[in-house]
Design a binder for this molecule. Structure first.
Ligand code: ATP
Length: 306
């Protein structure tokens, strides 16, 4: 496989079985250096499996992986040194304080960490480093997970649901930290079920369904090119049937000829030009959120399966 200098992550034809269960079906993924890439997919789609293959925590049964231009199967230590990883389920030692646990992780991964930096991040997360791990709430455990992933300011962050279990203020703080890491030059690859946060943060998104990537796009483009709903109010009643003849336009309703609602797939330009022949008093364009787009992919997948 050719190694692309611009890519922080590259997988080709990744296949993974757990016994007889196939989790990945030839997954191709490219994450560019310096971008924030949101990884979306329903439960069981293969997000965690993909992330674990990137760090050689599990071995794929087929395909290839490059992380920061290295093969994680050949250079797992070198890869892990330059990556910050937040697992979905972080295991912490109960008989430690948070500070003790973090010192242990630093030693384990052979990294150099500026302790002042740890104190600073902990304070932003409102996390007391002296707390015994066994007393941590779920949200505070998640903060430890975020902190241990970020504390050495790695070149690549692999974050499995970074804001899960955090209150809204802390979610925003973590998203700010992610943005700051990107500004510093890091690449961020994160999975999430919170689509508004992905829409807010990620420059590009990839949608995984049943162990395969079904879409990769700029977040903004995905929203722009999605089906929109347009409500039109005419000054005088018109025969709204003309709307059906515009390419990409479907008439949903046209009560009394004064109001019409259409669905438009693609460019809006031809609709605007057709409307110029009439007196329009108001128009309302509804853009779907990333959430609706994602649900559309998810629903079509479910229909295919049935
Ligand atoms: P979620 O959003 O629920 O975390 P996910 O997208 O991360 O899901 P994975 O955890 O990667 O999905 O799971 C992909 C598939 O592999 C699922 O069908 C899951 O049941 C299966 N799977 C994952 N881990 C194991 C395992 N250790 N043993 C057997 N099957 C597994």
């Amino acid at each position: 496989m050719s190694v692309n200098e611009e890519l922080a992550i590259q997988t080709q034809g990744l296949v993974k079985y757990y016994g007889r269960v196939q989790a990945l079906f030839g997954l191709d993924l490219e994450v560019r250096q310096g971008e924030i890439f949101g990884f979306l997919g329903p439960n069981g789609a293969g997000k965690t499996t993909t992330i674990r293959c990137l760090l050689d925590l599990i071995r794929p049964d087929g395909g290839s992986v490059r992380v920061l231009r290295m093969d994680p199967q050949k250079e797992p230590v070198a890869v892990r040194k330059r990556v910050g990883y937040l697992p979905g389920e972080l295991h912490l030692e109960d008989n430690q304080t948070v500070a003790g646990e973090l010192h242990y992780l630093v030693g384990l991964r052979g990294r150099s960490v500026d302790w002042q930096e740890v104190v600073k991040i902990a304070s932003r997360l409102d996390l007391d480093l002296k707390t015994p791990v066994k007393n941590l709430s779920k949200g505070n455990k998640q903060k430890v997970g975020v902190l241990q992933a970020l504390m050495h300011h790695p070149d690549l962050l692999l974050l499995d649901e970074p804001t899960v279990g955090l209150d809204p203020l802390m979610q925003q703080e973590v998203l700010r930290m992610i943005a700051e890491e990107q500004a510093r030059g890091a690449t961020i690859f994160f999975s999430s079920h919170n689509l508004s946060e992905v829409q807010e943060t990620a420059g590009r998104v990839g949608i995984i369904r049943k162990g395969k990537i079904v879409e990769v796009a700029e977040t903004e483009m995905l929203i722009q090119r999605a089906i929109r709903r347009v409500r039109i109010r005419f000054k005088q009643a018109v025969d709204v049937e003309f709307l059906c003849r515009i390419p990409g336009v479907k008439l949903l309703s046209g009560e009394g000829g004064l109001n019409a609602t259409v669905q438009i797939d693609g460019e809006i330009d031809s609709l605007i030009k057709a409307l110029a022949a009439f007196s329009v008093s108001d128009m309302d364009i509804e853009r779907p959120s990333l959430e609706e787009i994602f649900l559309a992919y998810y629903e079509s997948g479910r229909k295919e399966a049935n």
